[in-house]
Design a protein around this ligand. Structure first.
Ligand SMILES: Nc1ncnc2c1ncn2[C@@H]1O[C@H](COP(=O)(O)OP(=O)(O)O)[C@@H](O)[C@H]1O
Ligand SMILES: [Mg+2]
Length: 326
């Protein structure tokens, strides 16, 4: 089997809020692998810990526990100086392109910035490369001399993506890259991501609360709930035969006719519990239609389904009583 490009092992992040000294258990023992040229889609409701996982993967955040091995090296505890060198290979695109870009910098300079920091290109080579990258994200090169304030949301997100791919990174985390954009421009950005997935060979971690979006771009899916992966597997397998009651419920709200629809409003009844006050046992037990007493006693382990490519954490799976009638 090929070695993973990145291996996250039991990643955990607990934030202690300074004012109230409460512990927010944002991420609780998340493990997954990423491979070159493959996209992992991470889906979960707001507050489930997606962004925190993404930030740990590119080492914008240190885990409380667990490790991130990139090309076999644990980067989770590297000193910041060494992390700067990693930036060439590990990049992130954020949800809100308006706040991600320096409003006083021209677009061309923004795209060149990573090259300035991480390459030895001459100024004219950098300029040529910036134009080349702009074209590869289908950004009109006339816009290169503009400031971010003069661009639309979709154009700004293209600038963010251009900046992220400037150094030919090995891995890109895309944190809800289309969520803050108008519906009309989302499809264009998703098409671009598809193109990059085919052309760059980079591994991508695509984060979204929207299953329809994740489905369009991912090879493998991780379903996150209260900082736990409750199901993972090949995209088609999880979509066709979801094993965890949570995944089944999510999918039942899925409207296949419109892959760009925002599904968040169709999600389950009731609120996701607070990561400050985690329920004992299965994190989904407070909302699960199939809950029974022993779900509340211990955290269910991930169990293999079929050949183990798909896995899910529900004690009903080995008994075959995990199907929700939805
Ligand atoms: N810096 C922080 N300090 C305290 N709590 C945080 C911090 N960052 C995130 N959280 C909390 O961690 C949980 C997970 O957040 P996040 O990773 O942003 O989830 P998602 O991206 O899935 O919406 C949330 O309850 C959020 O409020
Ligand atoms: Mg987020």
């Amino acid at each position: 089997m090929t070695e993973p490009l990145l291996r996250a092992k039991m990643l955990t992040k607990h934030f202690v809020t300074p004012r109230t000294a409460q512990t927010v258990k944002a991420v609780n023992g998340v493990s997954f692998d990423m491979f070159a040229g493959k996209t992992v889609g991470m889906v979960g409701e707001s507050g489930s810990g997606k962004s925190t996982v993404g930030r740990m993967v590119v080492r914008l955040l240190k885990p409380t526990q667990g490790s991130v091995a990139f090309r076999g090296q644990d980067i989770s505890l590297l000193p910041d100086r060494a992390v700067r060198r990693l930036r060439v290979d590990l990049q992130m695109v954020f949800q809100d392109p308006w706040s991600a870009l320096n409003p006083r910098m021209r677009v061309k300079r923004i795209i060149q910035e990573p090259l300035l920091l991480h390459s030895k290109l001459s100024s004219s080579e950098r300029s040529d490369r910036a134009e080349e990258i702009a074209r590869s994200v289908h950004l009109n090169t006339d816009l290169l001399t503009r400031f971010p304030g003069e661009l639309s949301g979709g154009q700004l997100q293209r600038v963010c993506i251009a900046r992220a791919i400037a150094t030919n990174p090995a891995l890109i985390v895309l944190d809800e890259p289309t969520s803050s954009l108008d519906l009309s421009v989302r499809a264009g950005i998703l098409d671009l991501l598809q193109e990059l997935r085919e052309n760059t060979g980079a591994a991508m971690l695509f984060i979204s609360h929207d299953l329809g979006t994740v489905r369009l771009v991912s090879d493998h899916i991780l379903v996150l709930y209260l900082g736990h992966i409750i199901e993972s597997g090949p995209m088609n397998k999880v979509f066709d035969e979801p094993a965890h009651p949570y995944t089944q419920t999510l999918l039942s709200a899925h409207l296949p006719a419109d892959p760009h629809a925002d599904l968040h409003r169709h999600l389950l009844d009731g609120e996701i519990p607070s990561p400050i006050d985690m329920p004992p046992g299965c994190p989904f037990s407070t909302r699960c239609p199939l809950v029974r007493e022993d779900c509340r006693t211990a955290l269910p382990p991930m169990v293999d389904i079929d050949d183990g490519a798909q896995r899910a954490a529900c004690i009903r799976i080995p008994e075959g009583t995990n199907q929700v009638n939805c």
